[in-house]
Design a protein around this ligand. Sequence first.
Ligand code: UD1
Length: 437
Amino acid sequence: MDRLVIEGGVPLQGHVVISGAKNAALPCLAAALLSAEPVTLRHLPAVSDIRTMVKVLQALGCSAEIEKDPEGFELTATLCAAGLEQGDLRAPYELVKTMRASILVLGPLLARFGKASVSLPGGCAIGARPVNLHLEALERMGAEISIDKGYVEAQVPGGKLKGMNHTFEKVSVGATENILMAATLAEGTTVLRNAAQEPEITDLAQLLVKMGALIEGIGTPVLTIRGVEHLDGGEHSVVADRIEAGTFLCAVAAAGGDVVLDRMIPEHVRSLIDLLERCGCVFTERQGQEGMQLRVQREPGQKLRARDVATSPYPGFPTDLQAQVMAVLTQASGISVIKETIFENRFQHAMELERLGANLRIDGPTAIVAGPCALKGCTVMATDLRASATLVIAGLVAEGQTTVDRIYHLDRGYAGLERKLQALGARIQRVGGGSVS
Ligand code: UD1
């Protein structure tokens, strides 16, 4: 099994190009099921979750042509969901259990074919993560849903979902995406209130509009979708990954250095920029040749200040950057309080950070970090995707050698993280096998 070996203490210097967002790419791939014509997606990150979603689509009967970019960080995929009617429209447990986002095929399948069978995703390292909000909304659109032998068995009497007025009980990224896709082919108009506003949803909505969907209120908590008879194919470049960008910002904040992030959208990480600025980092934004550039600087030896942060839905501070920011705050002078409000069990990285020398206390949904902590390298184990990134960041800071084990979690969502860090001068090596990206 691969692991990363890091020699800490080197400030990061140079340029890094941010890849397309995994969390935007996944629903965009699922959206290919809505049309019988080809959908071409560019800037997909070359990560294992994308390969899993492509496998789910292939299992359902889609064709897929994939090309890797010369550097190996991104993919272009052309998916075609023509001729699926003959299949049994079943997303199998073997694939779904490795990636919860597979549930995103449910809305498109029901909307286009009036039936679907999707394995329930099951448990997850960071919390319960139920799918009740997805299922309740689809039922309100006329789907009949039962759970049988671990599968969500769904069908729509009459074949067509119906538009509805719906207020999500809780803000959910995945439920908003699933129901948005379902509503594009429903009979009549759907109004979704308390919809999530994450940039990945805006990106999905933009693809759907290119395919012929009629959507108003994109980027707001109220989405109005007028159903159409069918959707066309389309071409789309997936938005830059704000979580990958945020991870690099945290790496520079923690390890020190001067790095320019290319092809990203600073507005999408505004809450992190604000926090790191208050900690003492310096940011400069400018228009680059391929989109915006963001420069982050922290002089070696410059002290960081402790600050408090609480996660919340976009535009609030993302739960997917909570772990990385904890590594930064171990280097800040004073007491920082981190509150996790989205997932109930998302502090597993804290124990591993403690092994590296972090001074932390967890109290329910709150983590208290007393810094600055002198981190010392040792072997640590990744427990989930973002926790893995935190351990890499801590390894970049720690004195001596840090080994991060179980990095298959990291490979689910970061395209060549170690290669991008090497290019910034970090001493980091993958050992035990080849890179999957
Ligand atoms: C997505 C992201 C994930 C991110 C999360 C929150 C993808 C592929 N994943 O996950 O990286 O951490 O948003 O920003 O985009 N909930 C329910 N019932 C439901 C659905 C959700 O109670 O049916 C709860 C969840 O348990 C959680 C909260 O709602 O407490 C938010 O979850 P949600 O926004 O749905 O997360 P995902 O879409 O799974």
